[in-house]
Design a binder for this molecule. Structure first.
Ligand code: LLP
Length: 382
């Protein structure tokens, strides 16, 4: 608590023991299976978080040259890196080829040709997986669903075969596998079960044609319980991995790759802010924080729910309904509407929970605000 009291708000607070427990649980679940988990850096690129994840032998899923550099600096092994994204530039591809990334997840035929040309020029063979758009609705927020036929991601099922054959014919390409990703914050296992069925069907079809893959990558997307972070501090890794263990028919020697972001880091982070004012309008009471949508954009952008706690007030005092808002000059700068909190006063410390994923990494300096700092604790609670 001391360090929290002494640090200027707002800041991200990371409980490294939660991160360690999460990583241990993942390792426990995949032990004995030909599974490789990659961490999707986009969820949180804080160097201390990256170091801890790299130290545990997890791979990296990258979507930009910047993330590739951050992953290398943090000690991730290049051969355990996947490079995804629909718009990889020549410069990014060249950098990744030079560093020896393990797999490019290729999202279109034009990208395949460019990777081939650049690899040939460098005298290399680029390891790739082809990203299939499996047309599965993950039933999550429309901004974070990625696997339906109308999304910009991947190659439609009917066009895959041609791209596979093209990849096999190009001198600068080494086709390693197929890649899928159906969306994010997925808490039901049904979409993953459907994904397994689709993959089984594809592997049967290609197997009959004598085409076999070294790896299958099922992407990420496992969701967390935003409503009850203390009741469920860890995502349901058991149901998630069991779905693949029981339903997916891998071929002998085939590896299964995962790219988890949120599930690894969401639970370990909170955004800590101070109440600047409590203000009352005709029908509403507002708690105005010194953190805004620039620090954590998820509620404003997706209407996302985050638990909010008053760390100063006693839980047993009277409660009231508040809109919890930030100082940014946008009416969408709202963290929660009609949220029940203990009677809250100027100066109280507020924790916005489950903010370890897509919090700090999506922060901006909008309104010329400074980026939030981060502090780390190995103690369990603040
Ligand atoms: N692999 C690919 C190809 C992806 O596009 C993503 C996330 C991941 C893996 C990791 O997904 P995760 O395991 O974290 O769900 N900003 C949004 C989430 C955007 C996710 C984008 N892609 C949010 O705050 O909810």
């Amino acid at each position: 608590m001391d360090i929290v009291e002494r640090t200027d708000t707002p800041f991200y607070y990371y409980d490294m023991s939660v991160l360690a427990t999460t990583l241990q649980e993942i390792k426990r679940q995949i032990a004995g299976f030909p599974y490789v988990v990659h961490y999707a850096l986009k969820a949180n690129c804080n160097p201390r978080i990256l170091n801890e994840i790299a130290r545990q032998g997890i791979g990296a899923d990258l979507v930009s040259g910047g993330e590739a550099k951050a992953a290398i600096e943090a000690g991730f092994k290049p051969e355990k890196m996947n490079f995804s994204g629909v718009g990889k530039t020549d410069r990014e591809i060249t950098f990744a080829l030079d560093k020896g990334v393990g797999c490019f997840n290729v999202e279109s035929a034009p990208e395949l040709e460019v990777i081939n040309q650049l690899a040939v020029t460098m005298g290399k063979k680029a390891p790739i997986a082809i990203r299939v758009n499996p047309d599965i609705d993950a039933h999550t927020h429309k901004y974070i669903t990625t696997g339906t036929a109308d999304d910009k991601f991947g190659i439609n099922l009917e066009a895959i075969e041609q791209v596979i054959k093209q990849a096999m014919s190009l001198p600068g390409i080494h086709l390693r596998g197929l890649h899928f990703h159906i969306g994010s914050q997925i808490t039901l296992m049904k979409p993953y079960a459907m994904l397994c069925d689709t993959i089984n069907g594809l592997l049967d079809d290609y197997g009959r044609q004598g085409i076999h893959f070294e790896l299958i990558n099922v992407g990420g997307g496992l969701g967390i319980d935003y409503a009850d972070p203390d009741g469920h501090p860890l995502p349901d890794f058991e149901s998630y991995f069991n779905t693949f263990k029981s339903r997916l028919r891998l071929e002998a020697g085939q590896q299964l790759h995962f790219e988890l972001g949120r599930a690894i880091v969401a639970g370990c982070g909170s955004l800590i802010a101070r109440v600047v004012y409590v203000k009352e309008n005709r029908n509403k009471k507002f708690v105005i924080l010194d953190a805004g949508m620039n620090d954590l954009i998820r509620p404003a952008l997706y209407g996302a729910y985050h638990e909010i706690q008053n760390l100063t007030a006693d839980e047993d005092v009277a409660h009231e309904l508040y809109d919890v808002v930030g100082p940014v000059c946008e009416s969408s700068d709202v963290f929660a509407r009609d949220r029940r909190l203990p009677v809250t006063r100027r100066g109280d410390l507020i924790a916005i929970r489950s903010a370890g994923a897509y919090g700090e990494s999506m922060a901006s300096t909008y309104n010329m605000r400074t980026l939030p700092q981060s502090i780390f604790s190995t103690h369990h609670s603040i």
